[in-house]
Write a protein that binds this ligand. Structure first.
Ligand code: NDP
Length: 278
């Protein structure tokens, strides 16, 4: 039977095995999908050992996405722009291929699941780590009018803008900004790609950036609403968490590997239930 993996460290918490099992059941694809504890210094060897014979594909999570990028012989444009790979497989010539489906997952969740029109929108992206890096190009490709990247450490946002500008169709739409210089005009969409919610903390931005028409999207997800979602709703904005992004990036990986696109609505319900039961 075809074998797939998700590699990371830690890995026991990963929801990917459940998501891909549900996709496989729904599409009647015959496959196994298992977690693999990545070992620093052995990552490349682990990938080469796994992706042979019945080993057909691998998802990659923290802290190995950059190493997976370096290892891939063929990279998608999304992977190239992100500098990180979360999906690996071999092509017909046996070359190791890498894609980054995180940004596609976010954009699909917004457009397909929540009917958000990204085209022409003024968007604020908070954070300049790996998660932020993966979504910049897909947001620009979705036609946002302006994308402001703000980070606690401004220099990292500036580096991100400089790195991504060569990929942008219109780099003038992309700016770096300090939290304190964001002004007072509300954004259409604010995406929290910081890890602040993991500590129950908030990025230090003005409440004036949120109006009743602002959608606030926290990439983090949990059984309870995140600190950022609660803050957004307290300002009168609409709030979404990142569970849909997680499931949609997995659906894109499944499609790359199997050529079959799973439906995600029922998987979303099952995952929401699983989060409540933890
Ligand atoms: P990184 O460690 O690469 O980056 C962390 C970012 O958060 C940095 O920009 C950092 O700023 C910022 N930050 C951390 N604490 C605070 C704080 N208290 N206030 C303001 N900024 C802060 O993490 P990732 O980019 O990999 O992940 C970010 C989040 O995205 C995580 O919550 C992760 O779970 C989530 N995620 C969700 C996915 C999904 O599918 N839903 C996929 C990938 C990630 P500085 O540079 O100043 O340190």
């Amino acid at each position: 039977m075809d074998q797939y993996w998700v590699i990371g460290n830690p890995i026991a918490h990963s929801k990917s095995p459940l998501i891909h099992r549900l996709f496989a059941e729904q599409t009647q694809e015959s496959l196994n999908y298992a977690p693999l504890l990545g070992e620093e210094g052995r990552f490349a060897q682990q990938v080469q050992e796994a992706l042979q014979g019945s080993g057909k594909g691998m998802n990659v999570t923290l802290p190995f996405k950059e190493q997976a990028w370096a290892l891939a012989e063929v990279r998608s444009q999304a992977a190239q722009a992100a500098g990180a790979v979360n999906t690996l497989w071999r092509d017909e010539q046996g070359r190791l291929c890498g894609d980054n489906t995180d940004g596609c997952g976010l954009v699909t969740d917004l457009i397909k699941n929540h009917h958000v029109m990204l085209s022409g929108q003024r968007v604020l992206l908070l954070g300049a780590g790996g998660a932020a890096r993966g979504v910049v190009l897909p947001l620009l490709q979705a036609g946002v009018a302006e994308l402001v990247i703000a980070n606690r450490t401004l220099s990292k946002a500036e580096t991100l803008v400089n790195d991504l500008a060569p990929f942008a169709l219109n780099a003038a739409r992309l700016h770096a900004c300090a939290f304190s210089d964001l002004g007072e005009a509300p954004f259409d969409l604010i995406i929290n790609a910081t890890s602040a919610s993991l500590q129950g903390a908030l990025p230090a931005i003005s409440t004036k950036l949120v109006s009743t028409h602002t959608l606030c999207y926290d990439m983090m997800y949990a059984a309870e609403p995140t600190a950022f979602c609660l803050w957004a709703e307290a300002q009168g904005g609409r709030a979404l968490d990142g569970l849909g992004m997680l499931i949609e990036q997995a659906a894109e990986a499944f499609y790359i590997w199997r050529g079959v696109r799973p439906q995600t609505a029922s998987v979303m319900q099952a995952l929401r239930q699983a989060l409540q039961n933890v």
